[in-house]
Design a protein around this ligand. Sequence first.
Ligand SMILES: *[C@@H]1O[C@H](CO)[C@@H](O)[C@H](O)[C@H]1NC(C)=O
Ligand SMILES: *[C@@H]1O[C@H](CO)[C@@H](O)[C@H](O)[C@H]1NC(C)=O
Ligand SMILES: *[C@@H]1O[C@H](CO)[C@@H](O)[C@H](O)[C@H]1NC(C)=O
Ligand SMILES: *[C@@H]1O[C@H](CO)[C@@H](O)[C@H](O)[C@H]1NC(C)=O
Ligand SMILES: *[C@@H]1O[C@H](CO)[C@@H](O)[C@H](O)[C@H]1NC(C)=O
Ligand SMILES: *[C@@H]1O[C@H](CO)[C@@H](O)[C@H](O)[C@H]1NC(C)=O
Ligand SMILES: *[C@@H]1O[C@H](CO)[C@@H](O)[C@H](O)[C@H]1NC(C)=O
Length: 425
Amino acid sequence: MTTMRSFVTVALVAASAVAAATSRICTLRPLGHGRDDTDQVEAAIARCGRFGKTIFKPGQYNITRKMTWDLVHSTVDLHGYLNFKPDVEYWLNPNNTYRVVFIQNQASWFVVTGHDFLIDAHNRGGINGNGQTWWSYYGNRSRSDGDGRPIALTLSHVNRGTVRNFRVESQPFWCNTVADSKNVVYDGMYCNATNQDPLYAGQNIVPNTDGICTYRSDKVTLLNWDITCGDDCLAIKGNSTNIHAKHLTCRGGNGIAVGSLGQYADQPDIVDNLVLEHVKMVRLDPKVQPNMKKGLYLKTWTGTVNGEPPTGGGGGGGYVSNVVAKDFHLDRLNLPVHVYQTNGGHSGDQPSKLQFSNMSFINWRGSVTANRLVDLECSAGAPCPNILFKNFDVSPPPGQAPSFVCMNVVNARGIPGPCNATGLP
Ligand SMILES: *[C@@H]1O[C@H](CO)[C@@H](O)[C@H](O)[C@H]1NC(C)=O
Ligand SMILES: *[C@@H]1O[C@H](CO)[C@@H](O)[C@H](O)[C@H]1NC(C)=O
Ligand SMILES: *[C@@H]1O[C@H](CO)[C@@H](O)[C@H](O)[C@H]1NC(C)=O
Ligand SMILES: *[C@@H]1O[C@H](CO)[C@@H](O)[C@H](O)[C@H]1NC(C)=O
Ligand SMILES: *[C@@H]1O[C@H](CO)[C@@H](O)[C@H](O)[C@H]1NC(C)=O
Ligand SMILES: *[C@@H]1O[C@H](CO)[C@@H](O)[C@H](O)[C@H]1NC(C)=O
Ligand SMILES: *[C@@H]1O[C@H](CO)[C@@H](O)[C@H](O)[C@H]1NC(C)=O
């Protein structure tokens, strides 16, 4: 601790927006020379994370073990990167991560909790996930949900927290999760999982690098996101309510997901009041990232329990309602809108009872690689009412007629064909 003092300065200063009237300031610089920064980072947050301000000077902070920041009336100015050591076997030991995200028992190496805080990384800091080590490690190994690959940034039990202008370089697994939280704003987030190992050129070697998973959280605002990944740009999971996302760019991957829902038979999943607007989906060079699959897709497990979470499950109820997806621009993706309720299922399963209703798709433009534009396969156990399309002007490939598929959809409006009908097919 005596050595720490030369790197952490503590002073009394005037108020900032979220800090108290008189508060401490801690200032850190990376130790460098292959030394471990975890102690000095933890010490600074312990000293200034409550009613204070912590300033990280630029550079790479060597983080070698799991870390929690408990921030209360606090500002963190992160001008550098928390660089999580690229030691796959170490992090896969369950003792070395947290398991605070209930769904699929996912692991976290860095958890932020607390209330009334701002983390501002000024577009020049954030997290360095050293993902390439992970993606190459798993290049010839199988992966599964809940296997211990850590989420890069986890917000857990947060109230009134803001994360701003924050970069995550090469997330090994999910880039962000917000769970058991409310009144959270993310403004200016960057995540980039791009393989550079020539051994895997042209393959999606970066699955599960989702931009964010929202879970058991209310009033979450996602503004100005730029996500490059090999999976879901956003994954809106169970009990995500009042989620507003605006000005997103999704580069490669699967698109924006709602789900999978209904994995836990005893825990209904609710998604209510979801607004997605000004979304750009961009296909990348296929040698770098071959996938750009969907615009918005919504999925549930079937009504039958098939195995147990984290990898199996199903049978869960709940509903998804009041979804608005507007001002989408698509660049050569496979399928703009997809609903299906057969995730993880087998033929002969009970139909899901989780119902989708009140969904609007407004002002969609751009191009796709196949002629199917909309595929709504709702469950026979819970047909989808009130699905509206307005100014849905997506172009199929030249010379091909657009196709729309609707199963168990009640009263879809605004697109031609079998979808534009009242009542059940
Ligand atoms: C981080 O610290 C560990 C432990 O001191 C050291 O072995 C490792 O080389 C450091 N890494 C970097 C990038 O400095
Ligand atoms: C985790 O820690 C416990 C308690 O210290 C220990 O018994 C166990 O062997 C550790 N597990 C692994 C995989 O290292
Ligand atoms: C996996 O790939 C690495 C690097 O190419 C190689 O060294 C290793 O032997 C491979 N392992 C298996 C099980 O194929
Ligand atoms: C993502 O990272 C790759 C590899 O470093 C880089 O080529 C690409 O420009 C980055 N994407 C964005 C949007 O910054
Ligand atoms: C979602 O919220 C409902 C109602 O509060 C609750 O019954 C259910 O267990 C929650 N589901 C999950 C996955 O937390
Ligand atoms: C769907 O919208 C209708 C009409 O606005 C409303 O009455 C109904 O409560 C909504 N359904 C849900 C599940 O919110
Ligand atoms: C829906 O069907 C009705 C009745 O056939 C037709 O008048 C209307 O133009 C159709 N709307 C669209 C957007 O295709």
